[in-house]
Design a protein around this ligand. Sequence first.
Ligand SMILES: *Cc1c(COP(=O)(O)O)cnc(C)c1O
Length: 348
Amino acid sequence: MHKIDIELIEMTLDVMKYVIGRVSATEHPIGKPRKEEDLKLAVGETVTPKGVGGEYAFNLWKEHLASANVPVDHPRNLAFVPASPTRAAIMFDLITSASSIHGAYWMEGAGGIFCENEAMRWIVSLTGLPEGAFGVFTSGGTSANLSAIVTAREHWRENPIYKREKGLIITSIGAHSSIKAMAKVADVDMILVDTEERLTGEELQKTIDALGEHERKCLFAVVATGGTTNAGIIDDLESIAKVCEAENLWFHVDAAYGGGALVADSVRHLFTGIEKADSITIDPHKWMFSPYDCGAVIYKNMELAKNAHSQQGSYLEIFKDEGAHGFNPTDYQIQLTRRVRGLVHSRP
Ligand SMILES: *Cc1c(COP(=O)(O)O)cnc(C)c1O
């Protein structure tokens, strides 16, 4: 497997040429989706007993498949949430793939995780969270939101009186679909505050005051949005933080999309209050120029995330031994085996 293989070298050079062409081009073909039957007709059988070989597969890609995608970095692609990875990020994506780094534990991935943590320190610094806050890169905002909700719920359930209760969270109708979907995964109930404008502490307080006794008992978290995906609305984080503090509720800010705007002096003030969050989601693969997939979840108190997510298992114990000490990304979110995707995060 590791002996010199001229064919592989030639193919790698071809691929590099393609990659360089792709990232240097100023005019991208836009491409469009095609029907599955048409694509099948064009490429024929590709999974065969002998295999079609890399070169053949690469040619199929170039001829028939590349143009069946709509690249999100096309200058005219303004749909959904655009992303535009930098060349440096793409280069490190290639390095990540070629390096076979298992990014769950420091013992195996120290060099890669070190790079991730340098980038993470910078992202955390944008939020203004206090000393001790830190985070970890995830596959995206959805898994970051899930990781945060589960951390909040587990922390709440440490109190034995809530042990057997189904939790409740409050968010607004502007919250991203992933909040609603992940509340289902975590099996927590949800109340959506109906507001076309940004959610404020006042409305949150009104909603809390209207809860029945049992609902109030089960309420453990509030999810505010730092840039709604449809309209870019940033909830009134400052006043929401105040209510959360007074009511002893976990305060999560979903800034998956808007988090990149923390860098912009022109709008930074709109995020005032984010520094009081218990957890924050930011997607580097949206406005921070990373390739897919790269999200991030940040916690004020990392120990709480560890209590919720650290996996136990006989074959995993070695990673926690003395001598294996270091930062283990798996302990702070839902994924075990992971690529060191934060390596592709390049500071804009
Ligand atoms: C995009 C987005 C998400 C989901 O993130 P993925 O990376 O697509 O999983 C969550 N919340 C908001 C506000 C978003 O814009």
